[in-house]
Design a protein around this ligand. Sequence first.
Ligand code: NAD
Length: 534
Amino acid sequence: MSAMATADIISDAPQHGALTPFVNEPFLDFTSAENKRAMENALADVQSMLGREYDLVIGGKRLRTEGKIVSINPGRPTQVIGVHQRAEADLAAKAMEAALAAFPAWSRTPAPERAALLFRAADLVRQRKFEFCAWLVFEVGKNWGEADADVGETIDFLEFYGREALRLDAATTPIQFPGERNQLRYIPLGVGAIIPPWNFPFAIMAGMTSAAIVCGNTVILKPSVDAPTIAARFVSLLEEAGLPDGVVNLCQGEGPGFGSAIVAHPQTRFIAFTGSKAVGLEIHENAARTQPEQKFIKRTILEMGGKDAIIVDGDADLDAAVEGVVASAFGFNGQKCSACSRAIVDAGIYDTFCDRLQARVARIETGDPEKNVYTGPVISEKAFKKVVDYIEIGKKEGRLLNGGVTIKTPEGGYYIQPTIFADVSPKARIAQEEIFGPVLAVIKSQSFDEALTIANDTEYGLTGSVYSSSRHKLDRAREEFHVGNLYFNRKSTGAMVGAHPFGGFNMSGTDSKAGGPDYLLLFTQAKSIGEKVG
Ligand code: NAD
């Protein structure tokens, strides 16, 4: 469908029956000379825009503060990507005022109009795909393919939630009681705080924001300090698509400062958060503390960390398993909540698997993401130190197969070689704690039973994968592998909107299932109306 076509259909014929069915945005093929050239041009264009200053956007007005957040390129820390205003806790009241002021009109805007905003935004992102990819390369160090997956998922969320909002708008009670007209309407909650992580700085940020507003809520968006520029550019794009003032209020700020203040605000009705377990739990507690004059119980949608495992059974296709483990563990340097950080391998094939894994990972190139190298830098100096500390722990807990060293570059980027430890105990720290970097623990299992026990034996439950050719074992895993997103004979990363609704169990979060048919319910409350007729 062409750029404006979706929006035209929506305004001409509000029934969503007229919309084309949702399909995932296709991935870009960078082996095509045309796409490669387009990406190189986009990188050059974006390079010429680096270092600009961006404002906060509150009630549609631009605002500057004394304090600044400086976003840098993790592969070249002296290169400034953008300078942003630092909202402190005292700005929470002003942002709330703007969001509350916009709520009455936006919440009553018909759902097809709200959905049309998302469709127009999707069209604009699609038109600027290469440009957004380039921003992701510079701001968070994604290679081209990873950047494209992030941009494609953003488009998918906008298209999917737009359609879901129309579906919800048309919903009603399953039964009409005799003598009554019964209605079930999904109405918005109020003002929400949207608090995304840095690692899918486009898709998760835009996904949580668009889900909230398409349901008629207004929001205060506080992006990660490690990826503020993508968020600022997305909010500008929403404005271009017709976002009314005050519906999305952009407040860049630190988590413990502005973030904590907006969570605590008595009029924050809900918090949509994606990030680490520690911060998720803190937000949960903070939101549960009732403030004076608060009139509702705050709702929290918390998506948190993982310690995801891939089970490689004795009868698995080993080549496929090695590829799947490598892609899941080292794609974007393991900086995905769905990344495989534990490979649980059957004793019968353990040595062969380790040899092949070692040989495969030795071929991974690490370097400048601008040049589309497989793994780039980790996100920050703080992340770099954390991963290096875990590598030192790993040296005591396992046998080093690959990596274990940092890479020095003239620009001082935060590069670490893909690292694998074999012979790791299931209870070792590197087998239990989320590292969020390019470190994989390989654990030997004596049976499929034991593999399942090990896989389930962490406090998390986000993603998991099993490589096996046995239908019986896959069926057992279907029942017993306790994770929110389970995959068979494929990698544990790369959830697709619509096909793999995403969200974890246990300390991985509240199982929100982003990109699924239940997600928008989290941003609404259902009002049941019964009218006597006749
Ligand atoms: P983080 O928890 O450090 O930060 C996430 C967001 O919370 C940021 O915007 C941050 O500024 C904010 N924040 C920090 N302290 C706060 C506070 N006290 N009050 C309010 N807000 C606060 O996470 P991160 O480093 O940005 O992201 C990586 C983490 O996110 C990993 O643990 C990863 O597994 C997880 N993650 C989970 C999912 C999922 O869907 N489950 C997806 C992506 C990332």
